[in-house]
Ligand binder design. Structure first.
Ligand code: SDX
Length: 434
């Protein structure tokens, strides 16, 4: 069978180079350009990496045109409906669905890594009470490596696995402590008898003076939201974790870099930006059409947060699932709940954008962030904690992608090149002659 290749010819020198075409299991073929500079003397140019595969991976596949998202080959719709977040964590890291015994083992391992070293709580005291929880997350997660000096050999699969377990297990405790500190509330400790989502709700909202009752619908909704956010191919924060980890930095430092990248409103910070946008619209006396017009105005930086996606130019499959979940929870809220007007604005905005040619022509549909904030609000989770929730869920994706990279014996430090547009060489001019 003929080996697939493409030939590139330089029309100035007439020189050509034949490049191999690499075929995926499913999706877009890629051209292997690794010998391009050596044989033809060129770099490639792709700011924002719109058409560049930074790595090969067997973890997550998404098709932006068809609205497909699969973790290890399993469609997100099936996992959201039938799996649990911890089972999905196992799947993402180990590559296969666990047997009943392995799942019980994994749940037990994660449960017994949820506590933090007592010294960690003193990190929080260094922050102002009104510090953004993402700031504390970046700081505390990055500092965690200080407690595991003897267990950070990134070339040892067992030590990589333990770091992965620690990060998945401890993120709910770290995240909840960020919230509790900002509220002046005492820190709660994990409860081993609770499930992962139940324990997070308890960590966040239990007060020492009374028993905390878990709302099963909220725990289930949280578990589904965590599944939907667990991984997403080579997005900005995952690529940050891979690049940081490629220097052989420890996994806690690499994940802290991922948290920092996720914080941006163009990425994971969008869920917080959506609610802030809806609140701005609610406070103004302008009709929704005014805001949609601003979003379309090239001279106006205002955008409809929660709309659009670099890859999904069709509906984000996660948005379809989370939209249904949001409607179930909203329909259960008592009439006159404080966020009702905000939720009505969200629904009306969605309808206007979905029927507007500007958005349809550009494939700008609501993404997962458009709806997640609505659910978090109804859970009593404050807006400042929304991106923390995203980071909590995405930690397993980051660490699974990091482990995949570190397991590759050919893995090398990532070091992109550039198109230099600065000054040509020139000589230094003494101060007196300038
Ligand atoms: C996440 O990568 C991932 O997988 C991310 C994520 C994950 O799980 O990791 O899915 C999570 O980050 C989801 C995206 C959350 N971000 C937002 O909701 C912020 C609002 N969206 C935009 O900032 C934007 O859509 C991006 C950043 C998401 C995508 O940007 P692109 O791919 O670089 O697209 P673009 O900025 O080039 O926009 C294309 C066109 C432009 O108009 P034209 O120049 O073609 O005329 O669409 C317009 C943009 O002006 N546009 C918008 C818009 N988003 C894009 N116009 C109005 N409102 C918007 N939200």
């Amino acid at each position: 069978m003929t080996k697939p290749t493409v030939t590139l010819t330089d029309n100035l020198s007439g020189k050509s180079v034949e490049l191999d075409v690499l075929s995926p299991t499913v999706g877009v073929k890629t051209i292997d350009i690794r010998k391009l500079q050596k044989e033809l003397g060129y770099f490639t140019y792709d700011p924002g990496y719109l058409a560049t595969a930074s790595c090969s991976s067997s973890i997550t596949y998404l098709d932006g045109d068809e609205g497909v998202l699969m973790y290890r080959g399993y469609p997100i719709e099936q996992l959201a409906e039938r799996s649990s977040f911890l089972e999905v964590c196992y799947l993402l890291y180990y590559g296969e669905l666990p047997s009943a015994e392995r799942l019980q083992w994994y749940e037990n391992v994660i449960t017994h890594h949820t506590m933090l070293h007592e010294q960690v709580q003193y990190f929080y005291r260094g922050f102002r009470r009104d510090a953004h929880p993402m700031a504390t997350m970046v700081g505390v997660v990055g500092a965690l490596s200080a407690f595991y000096h003897d267990d950070l050999d990134i070339h040892d699969p067992a030590q990589r696995e333990r770091s992965a377990h620690r990060l998945v297990a401890k993120m709910p405790t770290i995240a909840s402590w960020s919230y509790r500190y900002s509220m002046g509330l005492p820190f709660n400790y994990p409860r081993n008898r609770l499930t992962y989502p139940e324990d997070f709700l308890h960590l966040m909202f239990a007060v020492p003076t009374e028993e905390y009752e878990i709302d099963p619908l909220m725990a289930k909704a949280l578990d589904v939201i965590l599944i939907l956010h667990a991984d997403h191919e080579q997005n900005a924060s995952t690529s940050t974790v891979r690049l940081a980890g490629s220097s052989e930095a420890n996994p806690f430092a690499a994940v802290a870099a991922g948290i920092a990248s996720l914080w941006g409103p163009a990425h994971g910070g969008a869920n917080e930006a959506v609610i802030n946008m809806l609140r701005e619209i609610e406070r103004s006396d302008q009709p929704l059409e005014h805001w949609v017009k601003r979003a379309k105005d090239k001279d106006d930086r205002f955008r409809l947060m929660g709309f659009g996606h670099r890859v999904y130019k069709n509906y984000d499959p996660r948005a379809k699932i989370i939209r249904e979940l949001a409607n179930q929870i909203l329909d259960r809220l008592p009439p006159g709940n404080p966020n009702q007007k905000l939720f009505d604005i969200a629904r009306d905005l969605e309808q206007i954008a979905l029927s507007d040619d500007y958005f349809k022509e550009r494939g700008l549909y609501p993404n997962v962030d458009f709806y997640s904030g609505v659910i978090f609000l109804s859970m009593g989770i404050p807006v400042s904690m929304f991106t923390v929730m995203f980071a909590l869920a995405r930690t397993v994706g980051w660490i699974s992608q990091w482990n995949e990279m570190m397991s590759d014996e050919h893995s090398r430090i990532g070091r992109p090149r550039q198109l230099y547009t600065g000054a040509a060489q020139r000589n230094y001019v003494p101060l007196g002659q300038r």
